[in-house]
Design a protein around this ligand. Structure first.
Ligand code: FAD
Ligand code: SIN
Length: 539
């Protein structure tokens, strides 16, 4: 790792920057951040900051549902077996046990807050998704689970007098004192300006990094900021080579890369290639319900073999009334482009969907830096290993968000009365205003990552990508940006570099990380997680 990798280490005077103070600062307002805020508010005041409007998040767009062992014939033990199997040997069994064991209680809490899940005959209805041994995924309004969860949590947070929400505030640096984190510095979007929030505990809940890729299901806010903030503060990161590509994203020229839920395949949808042939059984005995990495690679291989621009999801075998009830949102979005899913095949391709990597945390959502917690997609809690089991991440946000909130609350109690003079981690001193088309660099970065660090990887492409990234970093890291977008670009470059370096270091194929030059899994050399930080680089 280069010494200049976004080094924001010079101390600076913060006296001129407007300040707020609270007990716990939560950065991010998706399922993880809001769950954390509700738990932390039992111990004191909370500020939840969000870089867009509060509801905008990956959570809002979640479709398939929440995997949880609540059904008859299911158990946390069975859920753990499936989670560990899909994780390809790299998940932490203790973290998985916490996820699946506490999951049912957290989901009951959520229902208690007013979230309403679909029912059949009065009982929760369970959908089937890839990698699950049985139907285990609860859902809301058919295919709008994330919206139901996000809005239920937001209502509860807004009703809590101890919690304040700050919208359109982008966290750009963590504040530190005495070797520990005590707050964060924010750049407001409009009007542009700085704000510091001092806190006794800080929780990173900034979500994923799908925006690093040209093709992604993630909204604009998913730029990996939390990982960059944590990295610069010296926190360990883990599993960053593992990016999950969802096999089925709508692929129509000019249309947004809208997710076509895996639950559609769970209902019996089949994938066809350009010749109209069902190909998945040739790749895996589980067919369309094989884990995502397997299905994504099969699609990439079919695209290369047939030269077609996409494959197709065929739902024509499922009764129209069932499709209308179960997938109203997907039917409606496809209809906007003239596609009638009840009769016509949906053109789909893989795209970047979920970041298994993140700031490494323990069972209490603590990072390796004092005062700093992380949860949800921004964290590497150990539950996903090399691949995430479908619909496990909303559950992770509920369980580990709750843990982060309580952990932060306990720290707040211990730090009560103490708020040392703070230092900011600031940009390198040589920064200057340079003429830079930020959007152009972002577009180039996204294309580069899609080509070099996508579904299929190889050393030559990764090395060339690293060289290109280091070149861009030379001038982007030194640039002075007055807009949050420029700071996001710096974060995106940093996280891209971490992904590429880890992908180069893992000279094997496992889960979502597939290298054509090392196509086999190598447990002897790589049956372990890659954990590194600014001070402990990769070997
Ligand atoms: P998010 O929900 O992404 O929230 C991140 C928050 O951080 C946002 O409020 C954002 O504004 C804020 N933020 C980011 N950077 C900053 C910054 N610098 N300063 C201030 N705020 C910041 N998972 C499932 O389990 N089941 C599903 O069915 C499912 N479907 C999905 C469908 C889609 C289309 C997508 C994109 C994902 C889906 N996932 C699903 C994954 C799941 O939605 C996410 O992993 C999960 O919601 C992440 O929650 P989170 O709270 O960690 O982050
Ligand atoms: C989907 O509905 O296919 C997404 C589920 C997930 O990402 O877990």
């Amino acid at each position: 790792m280069r010494p200049e990798d976004g080094l924001y280490l010079l101390d600076a005077d913060l006296s001129a920057v407007p300040a707020l103070a609270t007990d716990t600062l939560v950065i991010g307002s998706g399922v993880a951040g809001l769950s954390a805020a509700l738990a932390a508010s039992r111990h004191g005041g909370v500020i939840v900051a969000s870089k867009a409007e509060a509801s905008e998040s990956n959570t809002l767009y979640a479709q398939g549902g929440v995997a949880v062992a609540l059904g008859a014939g299911d158990s946390p033990a069975a859920h753990a077996v499936d989670t560990l199997e899909v994780a390809c040997g790299l998940a932490d069994p203790a973290a998985v046990a916490k996820l699946v064991g506490e999951g049912p209680e957290r989901v009951r809490d959520l229902i208690g807050l007013g979230a309403s899940f679909d029912r059949e005959g009065g009982e929760l209805a369970f959908g089937r998704e890839g990698g699950h041994g049985l139907a285990r995924v609860i859902h809301a309004a058919g295919d709008a689970t994330g919206r139901e969860i996000e809005l239920a949590l937001l209502r509860a947070v807004r009703a809590d007098e101890r919690i304040t929400i700050l919208e359109r505030m982008c966290a750009t640096d963590l504040l530190h004192a005495e070797g520990a984190v005590f707050g964060a510095l924010f750049t407001s979007r409009e009007p542009a300006g700085l704000l510091q929030v001092r806190a006794r505990a800080v929780i990173l809940a900034t979500g994923g990094a799908g925006q690093l890729y040209r093709e992604t299901t993630n909204p604009d806010v998913a730029t990996g900021d939390g990982v960059a903030l944590g990295w610069r503060a010296g926190a360990e990161v883990a599993d960053v080579e593992f990016v999950q590509f969802h096999p089925t994203t709508l692929y129509l020229a000019g249309a947004r890369r809208f997710l076509i839920s895996e639950a559609m395949r769970g209902e019996g949808g089949v994938l066809l290639n350009g010749a109209g042939e069902r190909f998945m059984p040739r790749y895996d005995s589980r067919g369309e319900l094989a884990p995502r990495d397997v299905v994504s690679r099969a699609i990439v291989s079919e695209l290369a073999r047939t030269g077609a621009p996409s494959v197709w999801l065929d739902m024509s075998g499922i009764p129209a009334a069932r499709l209308e009830r179960r997938f109203p949102q997907i039917l409606s979005v496809c209809a906007e482009y003239g596609l009638d899913v009840r009769r016509q095949r949906i053109p789909v391709r893989p795209s970047a969907h979920y970041f298994m990597g993140g700031v490494r945390t323990d069972l209490g959502a603590r990072t390796s830096v004092q005062g700093l917690f992380a949860c949800g997609e921004a964290a590497a809690s150990g539950v996903h290993g090399a691949n995430r089991l479908a619909s496990n991440s909303l559950l992770e946000g509920l369980v580990f968000g709750h843990a982060a909130g309580h952990g932060a609350g306990a720290l707040v109690e211990a730090r009560r009365g103490r708020m040392p003079p703070m230092r900011r981690l600031v940009h390198a001193p040589s920064r200057k205003t340079i003429p830079l088309d930020v959007e152009d660099v972002i577009r180039s970065l996204k294309s580069l990552m899609w080509r070099a660090a996508g579904v299929v990887r190889r050393r030559e492409d990764l090395e060339a990508a690293l060289e290109q990234l280091l070149f861009w970093e030379q001038y982007v890291y030194q640039g002075e940006f007055r807009t949050a977008r420029g700071l996001e670009l710096q974060n995106m470059l940093l996280v891209a570099e971490l992904i590429i370096r880890a992908a180069l270091a893992r000279r094997e194929s496992r889960g979502a990380h597939f290298r054509t030059d090392f196509p086999a899994r190598d447990d002897a050399a790589f049956g372990r997680r890659l954990v590194f930080s600014r001070t402990t680089p990769l070997p």
